[in-house]
Design a protein around this ligand. Structure first.
Ligand code: HEC
Length: 287
């Protein structure tokens, strides 16, 4: 396995240069330029995958591999996330013990808002993901928080995402030093090498995007969160963004963080911002 990963890494090492150039130059001092990063990021994937429309990047491996796309079109005749979607709608609409419901916690009563998450909360000075907001809503209403990676959380995500299908990611980075720091922190997490295999997220999802790793085709990082939550056949169930981050950290034998750890939220903020313009397509299905 290590040999295969090693060859992916070597074959793509040249592309790494572009991304080091996205890091702020030491002599210029720390210049944080999310809009410039985003342009370079999207341009890289447009060049790497000519002919793939921006919205199609939401479909991950299926966007960049014809063979897999055929299998997917068959699976989608009976989407395996349908059960979760039904559960999610029911859970979302069910009142809490105090008579309130999720709708009371969100703008537009929670319908069609997925594309604006995560956002930077200027009051608390931190990144708030949709899943964190769901649990805070529960706690404010006297309910216990849900586990983050699977189950009811994934079902509620599925329903909320479905009400935003077709709406492009619209992540804002307010001109506030704390928001810029959170963005920069997420970016650093994405490009930093870690684990026994010494891989960064970018090693697999930028430089090696579209290549085969074991049975998988590596999803391009552009648009990679637009289909969440996803049903994965090899999980046999739905998973949230946290589940994916944890399992990708484990792939390189590095210790995963706790779901919704600040670093994961910053990472989700960075990745979603990089994907601005890609329409929400969740819930999704994967091999
Ligand atoms: C050793 C390679 C490797 C590394 C490093 C890695 N991943 Fe992954 N990742 C995978 C594989 C394999 C999959 C499943 C196939 C696919 O969809 O790409 C995956 C899937 C994903 C997906 C779901 C994509 C989709 O369309 O379903 C996300 C999101 C993701 N990874 C994020 C990350 C992040 C963030 C990091 C860094 C913390 C990371 N990955 C590091 C191998 C890797």
């Amino acid at each position: 396995m290590i040999g295969r990963i090693g060859s992916i890494y070597r074959a793509a090492a040249a592309a790494a240069l572009l991304f080091t150039s996205l890091l702020p130059a030491a002599s210029a001092g720390p210049r944080i330029d999310p809009a410039g990063d985003q342009r370079a990021f999207q341009a890289y994937f447009e060049r790497a995958f000519p002919g793939v429309a921006l919205d199609d990047f939401a479909n991950g491996p299926y966007a960049v591999n014809k063979e897999m796309r055929k299998q997917w079109e068959e699976i989608m005749q009976f989407p395996p996330y349908d059960f979760a979607l039904d559960d999610g709608k029911r859970l979302f609409e069910a009142p809490f013990k105090n008579g309130k419901s999720y709708a009371d916690c969100f703008p537009d009563r929670g319908i069609g808002i997925r594309q604006s998450y995560p956002y930077f909360d200027l009051r608390s000075g931190e990144v708030v993901t949709l899943d964190l907001a769901i649990n805070r809503c529960r706690e404010q209403n006297g309910e216990k928080p849900l586990p983050y990676e699977v189950g009811d959380m994934a079902a509620i995500d599925a329903y909320m995402a479905s009400t935003s299908r077709g709406k492009p990611f619209d992540i804002r980075i307010p001109d506030d030093p704390r928001a810029l720091a959170a963005y920069e922190n997420g970016k650093k997490f994405f490009y930093e090498r870690r684990g026994q295999l010494n891989f960064s997220c970018a090693s697999c999802h930028v430089q090696a995007a579209g290549r085969r790793m074991r049975g998988d085709i590596l999803a391009p990082a552009l648009g990679m969160l637009a289909s969440f939550p996803i049903y994965r056949s090899d999980w046999g169930s739905m998973g949230t963004v946290d589940r994916r981050f944890v399992s990708c950290n484990e792939q390189v034998r590095s210790l995963p963080l706790k779901p919704e750890d600040e670093a994961y939220r910053d990472l989700e903020y960075f990745l979603s911002y990089m994907s601005n313009g890609v329409a929400i397509a969740g819930p999704g299905t994967r091999p």
